[in-house]
Write a protein that binds this ligand. Structure first.
Ligand code: UDP
Length: 413
């Protein structure tokens, strides 16, 4: 069997005040004909990164509405996760080689995980490229319906990587992408759903944290809560551009000398490159004591991330590729103004000048951050619009509704 992941129970009814009874009733009605449907989610890691974050809420909510939903993760060694991280980079467009030995490693671990697979399901949702070969190696056994869910930005892939993965992806009759632009050449699906990811407004990270509590928490990490704080929360990854964030902060510092920067990142078990990129970021920060680089090994977990987002004056997400960017959603939900890279799923969330600002360069990023830090009224205006936009578009309930609709379409109910 693949490794099961247990989740804390959640109740749909608890979300009625935030999401509204109408949406909850729609979910209950959609769920009724799917009662007891066996749904298995498979991905590469139970912790760190957006997919784990989503499944932690979606799976228990599916259970609460009567579905027999579960979550399992595949196993792999460092070699495998080095290949899958390179694949993640290649599929997002990085120029790097894909050797026969890398391909063989990926195939070997997908075959090994297929050998360990057990059970019979109505729907299996395979998340991202790491386990994408399972359906092929299981020769379609295990589920009546398979769905491949792509969370990454595959709008400009390195062709070597796309061409390798496409035949495996193409074995799936059903797929979910975040944006239509991400569906590359050579794949066709009977059912293709475009569904954006979402956040759980009641998770420990997103439930309201009083500002004073959040400020006290960040103070325990050496931040001065009485001085301006700019934060980026992200894995240490080239596409998140932490070095560009430091460069933008340095420009801001020239006109606002008090400003502090926090770079908060988790080290995911399927991301071996994280340590290398963390070192690079630390070197780039040099001896500046106003740059705080923190991660889960400093005890910064979900709640603390929520505190950083709540207590920041401005949040940056200066990605150069971004499947969606849950960290953007999380900050918008807290009513904090976000300056984000104009790429991938970020413009779905940041309506430029309405819910935040979109930027293409370090200089633009610095300009917008300065403008916001000098204008608290503007921060409040953008933050209020941002929170409402997330409430009406990007909550787990929207995700649940969209999944249920897709299950019904696939099953012909
Ligand atoms: N995250 C976290 N701790 C950290 C850094 C990130 O809990 O130190 C979470 C973050 O709050 C978000 C997710 O990991 O929920 C990252 O998702 P996103 O879509 O932004 O990026 P990904 O890592 O999937 O590329």
């Amino acid at each position: 069997m693949l490794d099961p992941v247990s989740t804390k129970p959640k109740q749909l009814q608890d979300y009625s005040q935030i999401a509204g009874e109408e949406l909850l009733n729609e979910i209950r009605n959609l769920a009724a004909p799917l009662k007891d449907a066996r749904i298995l989610n498979i991905n590469a890691t139970a912790f760190g990164g957006g997919v784990a974050e989503i499944l932690m809420s979606l799976v228990p909510l599916m259970q609460d509405i009567g579905l027999d939903a579960t979550w399992q993760v595949i196993q792999g060694n460092d070699d495998f996760f080095n290949v899958t991280k390179a694949s993640h980079n290649g599929l997002q467009g990085m120029q790097l080689p894909l050797t026969d030995s890398m391909k063989n490693t990926w195939k070997k671990y997908n075959q090994l995980n297929a050998n360990r697979f057990e059970g019979e399901y109505d729907f299996i949702i395979v998340h991202d490229p790491q386990p994408a070969g399972l359906k092929f190696f299981l020769e379609d056994k295990g589920a009546q319906h398979w769905i491949w869910r792509c969370h990454i930005d595959t709008s400009h892939p390195n062709p070597d990587f796309w061409n390798f993965y496409a035949p495996y992806i193409n074995t799936y009759e059903n797929a979910i992408f975040t944006l239509k632009d991400y569906v590359g050449p050579g794949v066709a699906f009977k059912n293709l759903a475009i569904i954006p990811p979402t956040i759980d407004p009641l998770s420990e990270k997103n439930a309201p944290i009083p500002v004073e509590t959040a400020r006290a928490t960040i103070a325990s990490y050496g931040i001065d809560p009485d001085r301006p704080l700019v934060t980026q929360v992200s894995r240490f990854d080239p596409w998140k551009d932490p070095l560009g964030v430091i460069d933008a902060y340095r420009i801001v510092k020239l006109s606002i000398p008090d400003v502090q920067l926090a770079l908060v990142g988790s080290m995911a078990s399927d991301d071996p490159e994280g340590w290398y990129y963390l070192d690079k970021t630390t070197r780039h920060a040099g001896e500046d004591n106003d740059i705080h680089i923190l991660h889960n090994f400093h005890g910064v977990g979900g709640y603390e991330v929520g505190c950083f987002q709540t207590a920041s004056d401005v949040v940056i997400q200066k990605s150069t590729r971004e499947g969606f960017g849950l960290v953007v959603t999380e900050a918008l939900w807290k009513g904090v103004p976000v300056v984000g890279g104009n790429v991938g799923g970020i413009p779905l969330q940041i309506l430029d000048g309405k819910t935040g600002y979109l930027v293409d360069t370090v200089e633009q990023c610095a300009d917008r951050v300065q403008q916001l830090l000098k204008n608290p009224g503007l921060c409040t205006e953008l933050g209020t619009a941002a929170r409402e936009f997330v409430r009406t578009h990007f909550l787990t309930m929207h995700h649940l509704r969209n999944y249920l609709k897709l299950f019904q379409t696939i099953a012909g109910k």
